[in-house]
Write a protein that binds this ligand. Structure first.
Ligand code: F6R
Length: 618
């Protein structure tokens, strides 16, 4: 979703802003723009619809300046176009703003400002909600306020969640930033005689690893020497930066053709890193030092509700399975965007587990808010971003250690989420006395084999590519699974939709004969997830029903399974896994199939159309 960058220092801001925006491309966008301010306060704005190369092609015509802000926009209000791209200017041209989030009351605010604009013979220049922000600031400046006061006043008038960066012609050596609610973060980067801002860390890492995260409600004024923060109830202060140890090389694509492919291959390491030190065998403990919930809270949990969106929802569905099977506790999952609107009944003994790789998904944050305000139930967040908004809202966090995920389609954070959910189920089951030391040891030993299950799945990459190429022109797929493989069927279908733009449905295999079977013929391929396990026989029946309709079947089952391989058109053999661990053996294969279908179709795999990495709007 939208990205923000900013620079103030001694170098030409334009190329630095552009490079920062390139590092945020993975978030998804449909237009972009930058504004620079020279030392005399002259402002220049450049905006282009489409990819950043359109902006890059025009940047040499732009006057230079050492202060500036930039933005990649993912359209919400108004079409993707040059006119609607950020930055937006006040009607007198003096205040320039970029925004992530939504100004929910922009219609009211535009109506309120309309009369003054008309009296001055000025008009709105875009269809966006954002344009009211520079206008509100500018009106307050005209009334004699300082920029910080004017910005604070303007933010106070906005309804919704917003992350904002601004520059002002009368303050040529400053950028301003503000954060309100959960519209994504603002990170400040400290350089040598220069300062950077960005909505996400990857844009800063080539310049600095000394950073500061703005908190909700903060307003910051940044010059080339540092930052001054205003926070409610405190005198303005210079915050203490922190050091992050992320390696800029870790976010480069290396030898891989796409970040998604790189991240699929990083999964064994992401999984090992996420479980390291958290699955100890002697004595058996799960998440010993990593879960800040008291023993009383853990013992008092009567039910677990796991929530999330998209891929994280599919992880939540698998997590529900583990809560029941490993922890022996009643458990449910829910789609975070629906959950709070049906007045759910939780009770204080429900533990809510929110899964969100970004920690900033607005639907999930909304659900977490509802849990806190309505039920006060304890909440654990599983996320890949330490310090994200979800970690601030939760009572406890389990931080995956997957490293930055750049491809828009989640891959390694899916297995990171799974590892955290599995460990949490072990911890709850053990704390409640349902999982004996012996059984906990067994569960943890099995989890420790999961990285090698992933490794062996990745060795099937060439076979996945060959099979995928045969189906590159299919317009539909049905993906079938049962039991713990059913959520994975949904995840496989989601991956196909996201990056291949192929219509795909993930179905519980038992449900197929209740409707979807009507779709099947020789042009409708079916992917069947059929490892040997308690439901294998039932999967075989479903596969036979598919074959009887001449639909081609691609089955993924246990390596060496003759019965299955003889029944189907294409067979991919994965390492046999214990029944609760099949998500780890199957995941790389379904991801690789989706990847290679998209590759064969020549698509933009890392930045699929219309999608965003962090979804900060409802
Ligand atoms: C799928 C994907 C999305 C996210 C969803 C939730 O590949 O990336 O479906 O899973 O937007 O995002 P997080 O996990 O950040 O809450």
């Amino acid at each position: 979703m939208c990205g923000i960058v900013g620079y103030v220092g001694h170098q030409a801001a334009g190329p630095i802003l552009l490079e920062g925006l390139q590092r945020l491309e993975y978030r998804g966008y449909d237009s972009s723009g930058i504004a620079v301010l020279d030392r005399d306060g002259a402002l220049a704005v450049l905006k282009r619809q489409g990819k950043l190369r359109n902006l890059q092609a025009a940047i040499s015509d732009m006057p230079s300046g050492a202060t500036g802000i930039g933005h990649t926009r993912w359209a919400t209000h108004g079409q993707p176009s040059d006119r609607n791209a950020h930055p937006h200017a006040s009607s007198n041209g003096d205040v320039i703003v970029v925004q992530n989030g939504i100004v929910e009351n922009y219609r009211e605010l535009k109506a309120e400002l309309q009369a003054s604009l008309e009296a001055e013979d000025r008009t709105w220049k875009s269809d966006t909600d954002t344009e009211v922000i520079p206008e509100l600031i500018s009106r307050e400046l005209e009334a004699g306020k300082s920029f910080e006061d004017a910005l604070e006043h303007a933010i106070g008038r906005l309804r919704g969640a917003n992350a904002i960066a601004a520059i002002h012609g009368a303050n040529p050596h400053k950028i301003y930033a503000a954060r309100k609610g959960s519209a994504g973060g603002i990170v400040i980067g400290y350089g040598d005689g220069e300062m950077f801002i960005a909505s996400d860390l990857p844009a800063l890492l080539p310049h600095t690893t000394t950073i500061y995260h703005l908190e909700d409600g903060d307003i910051a004024a940044i010059n080339q020497e540092g930052i001054t923060v205003r926070r409610a109830g405190q005198s303005p202060f210079q915050p203490e930066p922190i050091q992050v140890d992320l390696d800029p090389v870790a976010i480069a694509r290396g030898p891989y053709r796409h970040f998604m492919l790189k991240e699929i291959h990083e999964q064994p390491r992401a999984l090992s890193d996420t479980i390291r030190g958290r699955a100890r065998l002697d004595p058996p403990t799960a998440l010993a030092d990593d879960l800040s919930l008291s023993a009383d809270t853990l013992r008092g949990i009567g039910r677990v509700l796991v929530i999330g969106m998209g891929t994280s929802l599919h992880a939540a569905m698998i997590g529900r399975w583990w809560m029941e099977q490993i922890a022996g506790i009643p458990a449910d999952f829910d789609n975070a965007s629906e959950f709070r609107f049906r007045a759910p009944l939780l009770g204080p003994s429900t533990l809510v587990v929110a899964v969100t790789q970004s920690g900033e998904t607005i639907d999930t944050l909304g659900a977490m808010n509802h849990v806190r305000d309505r039920w006060g139930a304890p909440q654990v967040v599983i996320t890949n971003v330490d310090g994200s908004e979800a970690t601030r809202q939760a009572d406890a966090s389990i931080i995956m250690r997957c490293g930055p995920e750049v491809g828009v389609a989640s891959t390694k954070t899916f297995v990171g989420s799974l590892a955290a959910l599995y460990l949490l189920a072990c911890r709850i089951g053990h704390a409640q006395g349902r999982l004996s030391d012996e059984n906990l040891t067994l569960r943890l030993e099995q989890l420790l084999t999961a990285p090698s299950l992933l490794e062996r799945g990745l060795e099937l990459a060439d076979q996945c590519a060959r099979i995928a190429q045969q189906f590159d022109s299919a317009s539909d797929f049905l993906v079938l699974g049962r039991g713990i493989e059913y959520p994975l069927a949904m995840e496989a279908a989601l991956k196909c939709k996201e990056i291949s733009y192929v219509h795909a449905e993930g179905y519980a295999a038992g449900e197929m004969k209740h409707g979807p079977i009507a779709l099947l013929d020789q042009h409708f391929p079916v992917i069947a997830l059929a490892p040997r396990g308690p439901l294998f026989g039932k999967m075989m029946s479903a596969i036979q029903q598919v074959s009887a309709r001449q639909a081609p079947v691609i089955a993924i089952g246990d390596d060496g399974d003759e019965e299955l391989s003889q029944q189907v058109d294409h067979f991919i053999g994965v390492p046999p896994a214990p029944p609760l661990l099949t998500p780890f053996s199957l995941t790389p294969v379904v991801q690789l199939l989706a990847y290679h279908i998209a590759l064969a179709r020549g698509l933009d795999i890392d930045q699929p159309r219309n999608l965003a990495k962090t979804v900060t709007v409802e």
